[in-house]
Design a protein around this ligand. Structure first.
Ligand SMILES: [Zn+2]
Length: 43
């Protein structure tokens, strides 16, 4: 299980790289769980 890069995303608030499945930013604590109207996700 080494060498697998996790999917990352950038925190819109502090710009830190966080795991894409993270519920919140570990740096600034922004909650990613709530839906954002600014982002289009294709399910
Ligand atoms: Zn953040």
């Amino acid at each position: 299980m080494v060498g697998l890069k996790k999917e990352m995303k950038e925190c819109p608030v502090c710009g830190s790289e966080v795991e894409a499945d993270a519920a919140y930013c570990p740096e600034c604590g922004t909650d990613f769980d709530s839906d954002s109207d600014d982002v289009d996700y294709n399910y």
